[in-house]
Structure formats: structure tokens, C-alpha cells
Design a protein around this ligand. Sequence first.
Ligand SMILES: Cc1cc2nc3c(=O)[nH]c(=O)nc-3n(C[C@H](O)[C@H](O)[C@H](O)COP(=O)(O)O)c2cc1C
Length: 193
Amino acid sequence: MSEKITIGVIYGSYRASREGIRAARMAMNLLRDRCMPVLLDAAEIDLPLLDKMYKEYDEGAAPEAMEAAAETLRKCDGFVVVSGEYNHSMPPGLKNFLDHFQKEYFFKPAGIMTYSAGAFGGVRAAVHVRAVLGELGMPTISAMLPVPKVQSAIDENGTPENEKTAERFGRFADELLWYARALKTARADGTPY
Ligand SMILES: Cc1cc2nc3c(=O)[nH]c(=O)nc-3n(C[C@H](O)[C@H](O)[C@H](O)COP(=O)(O)O)c2cc1C
């Protein structure tokens, strides 16, 4: 059953050094055993600063990159939102990407993975991310996954330096996939809106 679950890994740093791509790659690597992960890298997709939301375009009239991202989001049964901590909140590129879409997220669970260069692992950003994801229609799971000192905790390929990081991710992913399967079944019977 879990083979049929698609999880979108959303990452939103536009900085040249993009340390958090390590965390996004780790999520992709460790999810592959459990489900079908797909990376939504905001800088690669490169939507403009928000003018019109996807839903404000007539059908078929959205820019190609936005249409492709919407199509990917529609296929997802849940999300891992990978957020750095910028002034105790989420990076602007991540917020810009998230804000373009709406019903593509509805009734799909999200797990929040944060990271930072320092010791706190982005936990203060996680509080803001949870509020935003709730507003976007994604119930967030209880487990959160902060990764302190991301630049040394995970290598460039997304391999964690310490196996405890992978174990923590495993528990986080198991909880997310439980909700993703449950809500996929529930969505098949219809949604309130
Ligand atoms: C604008 C800005 C604000 C930051 N604010 C915080 C912060 O509030 N707390 C923290 O722990 N680190 C903070 N940092 C450090 C980031 O955690 C670190 O640079 C991290 O690598 C950013 O993620 P990225 O490389 O994927 O963009 C900040 C970095 C930037 C660029």
C-alpha cells in the first residue's frame, strides 16, 4: 500500500549556498524505501514573487512552471516541508512557493522538518510553518524534525553523519505515512469542500 503513496518534499531556499538542500536530499533518500517521494525545489521551479495565485488563472493559462508544480502537488498524498530558520520564521522563497497554491494541499498531511546552522535546528521557524500549513489546509503531524548544525549533520548527498538522525527521520516518516494513507482513503470518499 505504501508504494502508492506520493510525498512531496518542499524546500525553499534561494541562497547560493543553500545548506538546507542537504536536509531535503536526506528526506528524499530516506523516503524512497517507504513511498514515492518527489522534490519540489522552489528555486528550481522559480515562480515569480506572487502576483496571481494558481487558482486565479483561467484553466490552462497559468505559466508552465506553475502548472507543472500544481500537477505535481495534485499527485501528492502528503508533504514534508523542509524549512530553514530566517529571523525565527520561514525563508521567503518557501513562503512564496506555498502561497501560490491552495486546494492542491487540502486534506493532505504535512510533516515539518526544520534546520539551522546553529544548535536549535529551526524550532522557532517550525512554529510559524505549522500555523501557515494549517491555514493552507494541511493538517500537520505531531512529530517535528529539527536538524541542528545542518552543514555538518548531513553531507552534500543527503547522508546523515549520525545514524540517530536517520532513526529520528524514520519515526517522523512513519507517522506522516500513517496519516497520508488514512487521509488518502478518506479523500476517496469525498471531502467537505
Ligand atoms: C536572513 C537570515 C536569517 C537567519 N535567521 C536565523 C535565525 O533566526 N535562527 C537561526 O538559528 N539561524 C538563522 N539564520 C542562519 C540559517 O539557519 C542558516 O544560514 C541556514 O543555512 C539557512 O538555510 P539555507 O542555507 O538553506 O538558506 C539566518 C540566515 C539568514 C540568511
